[in-house]
Design a protein around this ligand. Structure first.
Ligand SMILES: Cc1cc2nc3c(=O)[nH]c(=O)nc-3n(C[C@H](O)[C@H](O)[C@H](O)COP(=O)(O)OP(=O)(O)OC[C@H]3O[C@@H](n4cnc5c(N)ncnc54)[C@H](O)[C@@H]3O)c2cc1C
Length: 335
């Protein structure tokens, strides 16, 4: 039975929000292809991650430890993964299609002289048996194109499109064997390493917020964002924006949602004065619910949203804030 190896992304033991979904996708793929799923957790904090991922069903969790693996470094992680893949004779190595996942897997491809297929949505084997081709649908151009591809390689190197599978514990979870793996790393061959860490944002981040209140050109100014910030605070969410907003200097780029910004998948995305251009849409299309507030009933964001209010956002957003505040007050009084 062949082994599929999935690299779990984490930062000193804090698991990346896409990782449990990715691990679930890797497990379903291994089950469909009759393979065994094993997980690789590289660097400091790996033990804590092992406990968290165990319910998601890997039969073995490899803790990859080395003094040079304290922090993330693409070449050190790739060197380690190449050695681990060889030691377990992996038929496939997978990671999430995040910046880091794609970076490490691309390095793996270069080291193993194999093709790497990034951001896969669906994968199936073309025929039975190990070593056959894989047919895959993958995301290109930030999601505006889905491409069918065929991968012929003795070891399949793949990243999975983030959020393409919802995290779900295995039907028979737990009991994954935990083992230690110490790679052989040569410091002189490592070109990048973390020298310092600086925290640039506190609290809820745009990428993980359960609610995103996002503004576009329709907000009109820097000051116009105050009402969006108030609503986001009230709902325990974060503020986002379109590229027009960052181009106009109303918000810093770290707030931008979309193809060239942050990809979000909140429970609720409130798009205020955003037209819904494809480059924006691909950054929030995995939101579970979308509410559009727009004066144009034909704007793509309006026609694709779950709900829409056709009106001036400067009236609608404060009205929502007032109503949520009123209802919470009532709930406290009666509660
Ligand atoms: C290579 C490339 C990458 C890109 N990457 C990104 C990206 O990552 N993210 C991104 O967002 N864009 C990106 N863009 C830009 C994208 O194509 C659009 O230009 C941008 O998303 C439009 O922003 P917008 O919706 O705020 O503005 P507009 O398209 O101008 O839309 C403004 C909307 O506000 C509505 N409106 C106006 N006034 C009000 C009001 N008072 N109340 C309610 N509604 C109102 C209008 O009806 C309209 O629908 C990219 C473009 C390219 C070419």
């Amino acid at each position: 039975m062949s082994v599929f190896l999935y690299m779990v992304e984490h930062d000193r033991g804090r698991i990346e929000e896409t990782a449990l979904g990715g691990l679930t996708g890797a497990r379903l793929l291994a089950e469909a292809m009759g393979a065994r799923l094993q997980a690789a957790v590289i660097g400091e904090g790996a033990e804590a991650v092992a406990g968290e991922i165990d319910p998601y069903g890997p039969e073995e969790i490899h803790l990859v430890r080395h003094p040079m693996l304290t922090d993330y470094g693409p070449d050190a992680w790739a060197d380690s993964l190449v050695q681990l893949a060889a030691s377990v004779d992996a038929a496939a190595v997978m990671a999430d299609g995040t910046d880091r996942g794609n970076e490490v897997m691309a390095q793996l491809g270069a080291r193993m002289d194999l093709a790497m297929v990034a951001n896969c949505l669906e994968i199936e084997a073309d025929g039975a048996g190990d070593g056959g081709d894989w047919l895959m649908t993958r995301v290109r151009w930030g999601g505006s194109l889905h491409e069918r591809a065929r991968l012929s390689a003795p070891t399949k190197l793949v990243t999975l499109a983030p959020h393409s599978t919802e995290a779900a514990p295995a039907p028979r979870p737990g009991g994954g064997r935990v083992s230690m793996f110490t790679p052989s790393l040569d410091e002189s061959a490592l070109t990048t390493m973390v020298l310092d860490r600086v925290t640039v944002s506190e609290g809820i981040t745009l990428a993980t917020a359960p609610v995103v209140v996002s503004g576009g050109r329709g907000v009109g100014s820097v000051e116009g964002f105050t009402i969006l910030e108030e609503l986001a605070d009230l709902l325990g969410g974060a503020v986002g924006c379109s590229r027009v907003v960052t181009n106009n200097g109303w918000k810093n780029h770290k707030f931008q949602v979309g193809q060239t910004g942050t990809v979000v998948a909140p429970d609720l995305y409130i798009a205020c004065g955003i037209s819904g251009a494809i480059q924006h849409w691909v950054g929030m299309m995995n939101a579970k619910n979308v509410l559009a507030i727009n004066i144009d009933p034909d704007a793509p964001m309006v026609t694709k949203a779950d709900w829409a209010v056709i009106a001036d956002l400067h009236e609608v957003v404060p009205a929502i804030t007032a109503e949520v505040t009123r209802r919470r007050g009532l709930a406290r009084e009666t509660g």
